[in-house]
Write a new protein. Structure first.
Lengths: 460, 430
């Protein structure tokens, strides 16, 4: 057989090799802090994430942005060193020390090389337990957050996501913008920042994930040494927010932004919580729609050239999550893109994937899962679901198997119940090019960009 | 307060990446990195052709061509690469830079042979029809609309290249213009493939769960039979003449929320000895919250919402950029004056030993982080090979940065960060 001949036929794949998953180990310190450790010793690198189980969902409507402000201020000075000295200390260790907040949790993370890690971890302890919240820093970070909002509001895709949260959740948790608005940020000061920190940053409502080039026993000892003396406030555990979102309603909300370069299109629907037994079916249904070869990108980009890309996401939440799709299109083709998106969602019910297709779409889910846990930050991130949503610790080990177990009937059932009925549509762009045409067949509400108020559950 | 140490960069152990480097008889260079920790492999095929090599009147063509490489061959249907990757839990993509077009895949390792087959196949026999060509051109123009027109500040990179370079083709950027993309025809595609997509213009890097001997046999089997044309590969030989006076260009765009600017200075190529001190200067000025620009513009004076530096080192002489986005209510002139003060300082006094040690530790730590994935290692090898001619240079990078002195930093700042070598783009609301 000549080499020329050999190259004609696509070779077959050999037998697969099994992935070796890290085995996390958990212990609980006397102060109630749960610690999850794993070893991954191929590079001299260690990572830790402290998950505080309260975030934006714990904020009041008129204090939107408070949890984000608290997180941003943690790294802006402690009672031991000011912001500049802290920044110099972190960089001198070659470490990364970051803090941020989501709706369900606030996370402080640190990554450093093995020789630097114990020092970097001591800095994590310092910023979590002894932040200074100096008035000058509060003022500075608040002013920068307000400046940053101008950049967000110039981006039609970002505005569409914020509007979608409001349309989905209204005044319930997850409706207000995590970064706040100019109005809510203006009302926040040091007192409220310190209050939030004192109330919600506590060891008995936090989980620490640590791993990399360190054995679990050594990791537990290091955590005990730094965080073992952290004591909870005498007040009881904070109550979890429970308000339920409004019932889904088919509606189109248009934000008229004539200076936008393209129109952002987001559709969505409130759906299951992360702990739901249907979560894995939801992930697979989303994968049938999303990714380069997913149905949305095939219909919108590959077949029609309407956009550079289109996808779907299932946002995991402690309470009701959000299924959404998003794309960015020419203003003149916004109506077509809206109809194609809605038809494609419906196709999950009318034409569920064949078994053969489903094997492939499930492979995209498990493949990206295994790639994500190639880095220690990725493993820590995957384990953080255990901390934030109370999924079992063995979720890492069982995830791929549970994805494999989803069948076409599960996908169809999930779509019929959680994706298709009463989905909303948000468009942010030049409304003069599409709003009137959409209004002929849909319930359309147009909000001028200048009148949009994200502080309000009703958007104006 | 606990006094924290500086961890010396030399205390950070970065194990050298060991690889097999083989050039086939037809000129294809194959670099293999066995790392059997996880059962997947990263495959990169880099062609030494990028935006600077676009044919005259066809700016954006190398990038458009990249899209067409996914549209099938005489043996395979369009989107075959997607089927071979996504459907088995892998992924693929490609990017076009000024200098190279890089195609890459990550797949479970038992699929490596199939991907080598498919990469060799599209190198040997690309087939594009008129319908595919027209649809994909629409997608690329959609990408232009999305990234350049719709993004706030989307035109800034294009303007920097256009104004800083007068004669070198780097002035055209990579994405090109919709007019010139629309002028392209199917015949251009055939000619471009014949000119640049040949074994002696390609570098194959495979990293991850592989057996080097077995992989070399596959590489020989699938790539070895592809003929190399006898014609030489055209290369850009145009040299940008030294800039002799400062340039200022003011752009007023729609949807510009806050004034912004980039100052760009001509610097030498990636292979030049000044490249390492320029990378150190980039980190000193712009990386991390302890960096000079962060401390002065964002923290102390609160003039900016972002400020950073970038040593954009390329195969041919590139640019050192300093970019700022103003804080709300701040005039661009005030932010630029603060940058000027910081640049004066780097030209006039060396960083302290402690500051230099900190910067070197930051660089060493970032290097360790970039080694976590097979795809990160593969890409580093692609860059070392295409820009500096030797994949082994990635193993001496840390030593190169550790050898940089404070005086080196002052010297490169004085040499390149001069007003007459500067092009400034001011980006303002309409």
């Amino acid at each position: 057989m000549t080499p020329e001949h050999a190259a004609v036929v696509l070779p077959v794949a050999g037998p697969p090799r099994d992935a070796v998953l890290p085995a996390p180990v958990e212990c609980i310190l006397d102060n109630g802090l749960r610690v999850v450790a794993f070893a991954q010793r191929n590079l001299p690198l260690i990572a830790a994430q402290l998950i505080v189980r309260c975030g934006g969902a714990a904020e009041r409507e008129d204090e939107a942005g408070l949890s984000a402000l608290v997180a941003a201020l943690l790294t802006q000075g402690t009672t031991q060193r000011g912001a500049t000295d802290l920044a110099a200390a972190v960089d001198a260790l070659g470490a990364r020390l970051d803090a941020g907040s989501g709706y369900d949790a606030s996370v402080v993370s640190v990554t450093a090389t093995t020789p630097a890690f114990p020092h970097a971890f001591a800095l994590l302890d310092e910023v979590v337990r002894r932040p200074a919240f100096a008035p000058r820093e509060v003022e500075r970070v608040r002013a920068k957050s307000i400046s940053d909002l101008a950049l967000t509001y110039a981006n039609p895709s970002a505005v569409a996501r914020l509007v979608a949260n409001r349309v989905a959740y209204g005044a319930a948790p997850y409706g207000h913008p995590l970064a706040g608005t100019a109005t809510t940020l203006a009302a926040l000061g040091r007192d409220r920042v310190a209050w939030f920190h004192e109330r919600f940053y506590r060891p008995d409502d936090a989980v620490l994930v640590i791993g990399g080039d360190i054995e679990p026993d050594d990791a537990f000892a290091l955590v005990e040494r730094e965080l073992g003396g952290w004591r909870a406030e005498a007040t009881g555990m904070p109550e979890r927010p429970t308000a339920t979102p409004p019932s889904p309603r088919a509606q189109i909300v248009v934000v008229d932004k004539p200076d936008a370069g393209r129109t952002a299109l987001v559709t969505g629907r409130v759906t299951i919580e992360r702990r739901s037994p249907d979560y894995h079916a939801g992930v697979v249904a989303t994968a049938v729609l999303s990714g380069y070869s997913g149905r949305l990108n095939q219909e919108i980009r590959v077949k029609r050239g309407l956009s550079y890309g289109a996808g779907a996401a299932l946002a995991a939440r402690r309470l009701s999550g959000l299924f959404s799709t998003s794309t960015l299109i020419d203003h003149a083709r916004a109506v077509e893109a809206t109809e194609v998106t809605l038809d494609t969602l419906r196709s999950l019910v009318d034409a569920p994937p064949s078994d053969e297709d489903l094997v492939k779409r499930k492979a995209t889910v498990t493949g990206s899962f295994f790639r994500a846990i190639e880095t220690i930050d990725g493993i820590a991130g995957a384990l953080s679901d255990h901390g934030v949503y109370d999924v079992p610790l063995d979720d890492l080990e069982t995830f791929a198997r549970r994805i494999e177990a989803v069948d076409a009937a599960d996908v169809r059932r999930f779509a019929a119940r959680e994706i298709v009925p009463d989905e909303f549509v948000v468009l942010v762009g030049d409304a003069s090019r599409f709003a009137a045409e959409l209004a002929r067949t849909h319930d359309v509400r147009v909000i001028p960009s200048a009148a949009l108020d994200l502080s309000s559950p009703t958007l104006d | 307060m606990t006094v924290l140490p500086t961890i010396s960069a030399s205390a950070i152990h970065v194990a050298p990446v060991s690889f097999v480097d083989r050039t086939l008889a037809n000129g294809l260079r194959a670099i293999l990195v066995p790392d059997r920790r996880v059962p997947s492999v990263a495959i990169n095929v880099a062609y030494r052709v990028g935006g600077k090599d676009d044919p005259p009147g066809r700016s954006g063509f190398a990038h458009l061509f990249e899209h067409l490489m996914f549209k099938g061959t005489s043996r395979t249907a369009p989107e075959t690469i997607d089927r071979l990757t996504e459907d088995v839990g892998g992924y693929n993509n490609a990017f076009t830079s000024e200098d190279i077009t890089n195609y890459y895949e990550v797949v479970p390792s038992n699929h490596l042979e199939r991907l080598l087959w498919a990469e060799a196949d599209r190198l040997a026999s690309l087939t594009v029809n008129e319908a595919n060509f027209v649809t994909e051109r629409e997608v690329v123009i959609g990408e232009y609309d999305q990234r350049i027109l719709a993004e706030p500040y989307g035109m800034l990179d294009e303007l920097v290249n256009r104004e800083a370079f007068r004669v070198h083709p780097y002035r055209r950027g990579v994405i090109g213009s919709p007019e010139e993309l629309n002028a392209a025809a199917l015949a251009d595609v055939v000619a471009f493939h014949a000119t640049y997509y040949r074994p002696d213009n390609a570098i194959l890097v495979v990293a991850g769960d592989l057996d080097p001997d077995e992989t070399l046999r596959w590489v020989e089997r699938y790539f070895g039979a592809i003929a190399t044309p006898s014609t030489p590969i055209p290369r850009v030989t145009v040299v940008e003449p030294p800039q002799t006076e400062e340039r200022l260009y003011t752009h007023h765009g729609p949807n510009v929320p806050l004034p912004a600017a980039e100052e760009a200075y001509h610097i030498p190529a990636s292979s030049h000895p000044d490249a390492a001190p320029l990378d150190v200067l980039e980190t000193l000025l712009g990386a991390g919250r302890s960096s000079r620009l962060y401390q002065s513009l964002i923290y102390d004076k609160q003039l900016a919402t972002s400020a950073w530096a970038s040593a954009d080192l390329r195969e041919q002489p590139g640019l050192f950029g300093v970019r700022v986005t103003c804080a709300r209510g701040v005039a661009l002139g005030d932010a630029r004056a603060a940058i000027a003060a910081d640049l004066d300082r780097v030209r006039s006094e060396p960083p302290s030993d402690a500051e230099l040690a900190r910067v070197q530790t930051q660089i060493a730590s970032a290097l360790v982080r970039s080694r976590q994935t097979a795809s990160g290692i593969a890409l580093a090898l692609v860059h070392a090979t295409t820009e500096r001619g030797d994949p082994g240079l990635m193993n001496s990078d840390l030593d190169r940065y550790l050898a940089v002195t404070g005086d080196d930093v002052v010297r490169v700042a004085k040499t390149y960060l001069r007003a007459e070598n500067r092009t400034t783009i001011e980006y303002l609301p309409q």
